[in-house]
Design a protein around this ligand. Sequence first.
Ligand code: OXD
Ligand code: MN
Length: 596
Amino acid sequence: MTTNQKLLNWVSEMADMCEPDKIYWCNGSEEENHRFLNEMVEKGLAIELNPEKKPGCYLFRSDPSDVARVENRTFVASKNEEDAGPTNNWIDPIELKDKMKKLYKGCMKGRTMYVIPFSMGPIGSPASKIGVELTDSPYVVVNMRIMARMGKEVLDVLGDGEFVPCLHSIGAPLADGEKDSTWPCAPIEEKYISHFPEERTIWSYGSGYGGNALLGKKCFALRIASVQARDEGWLAEHMLILRITDPKGNKKYITGAFPSACGKTNLSMLIPTIPGWKIEAIGDDIAWMKFGEDGRLYAINPEAGFFGVAPGTSLKSNPNAMTTIGKNTIYTNVALTDDGDVWWEGIGYDAPNHLVDWQGNDWTPNDGRLASHPNARFTTPAAQCPVIAPEWEDPKGVPISAILIGGRRPHTVPLIHESFDWAHGVFMGSIMGSEITAASISNDIGKVRRDPFAMLPFCGYHMGDYLQHWLDIEKKTNSDKLPKIFYVNWFLKDENNKWLWPGYGDNSRVLKWVFERTSGEGDAVKTPIGYMPTLDAIDTDGLNISESDLKHLLSIDKDKWLKEVESIKEDYKKYGDKLPKELEKQIIALEKRLHD
Ligand code: OXD
Ligand code: MN
């Protein structure tokens, strides 16, 4: 097992508090995984899909109250409230621990406590970090096995070293003889997804779903890692990583920050519509970027799987994802067909005449209800992706040439613009925004919220300090070594509410310009908001797009941008005196350029 005394002490202390019937140390083996999956099928917690259609795949249905990340129950409990900042929920750490200890007391009665040692990043990479999750959910175990490297090998590498302790309970103890429900969890007001940044510790209680429960992902690889990154001089970001190859075989690596459900998974593995170009995935959600000896930023994907939104995933939107999820995949909250396959809205073909919906009820197309939940997910091994880049597990990471940022903005923001320099790029990152989506529970679905670098729900400290940290990165190297920053917006609409840009594989046309710009090529014009491609700089060969639509996509409306400036100033107020001085200068300079 392990001789790590800190780990042994912590496990026994947590077990004393949670009082599980048993403690089980996960070894991460194939055999163990099958055993857990079979047990869950036998207990009615999971359904094995038809092996002829979806070999090695399982379907889970969550409780209807436990279907997404719960941002209003997510806490950053730094010692000082000011360090959590205005965009995080804060509770004093001592008070929060007291509250949670009461909930944790005896919470695993009648259940097993699983010990999951896991590595975020390739095992043994200098860029990787180790965590240990304790959980009473076997669903979490089988998902963590896909999303992170987990088990015995991790313990071997850990030795007596440091790890991030991650305690998780679904918060549903079982009395003697009590029958379990299919998705036990605690009521919403008892759910706590808590981070203790100074202690580098995570305590999660009450939810079994996704980012609330698979603690390596959002809690560790973003919220805790962002604090580690600030202290250690690197970047832990909500970004995809892709490799792009031009027709001559030149390769570059690009990361992209987009809010949840804006198509990061699709972009990371898209099939270009321009001949001779190739895109391969390295990661679809999180990038850790550190300086290499050559002064460039190198990125690793700390994850080992994709936890993607199923609805909307189709052969049109993402054929590579459809292949990836054809086997060895865990589905949660999608609909079940009568022949043991899955179906969801936007899968690209009509629903059959009968389904069992995500809540386990009979469903027919006339019912007028959704068959799958909008935040239904697949958990699938990244290694199965047909276009996974060969170096996706390179312990050194890959050198980044460009950083994309973007969100869903139906108006105002053009298809693409490039920053003048790093500080201006950080300014662009600070003002990006998107519509609120179903990936988090919120009453504001449909409204735009500014979401700096798509990190609003995931930054473990004050967002103003986070933006200053981004600005400070520039001082650590020569500016010509830094990636160029580009703001993209695939989601522009015309006055009739029609998308102006075809998206999907045609996004490669925009990536081609990015590729060229990072090679000192690609025609651009200077505009008040940044460099923008000239009309003929975007390759539209074979694309059926009108000149007026293209002009709309590649131009800006100064009046709209002046309104945007006002709304940015309003938004910046929330940072108080933590608003970096540089960003104050940037907004004034933008306003001036718009008036010139
Ligand atoms: C995700 C999210 O699950 O951002 O990746 O919500
Ligand atoms: Mn995400």
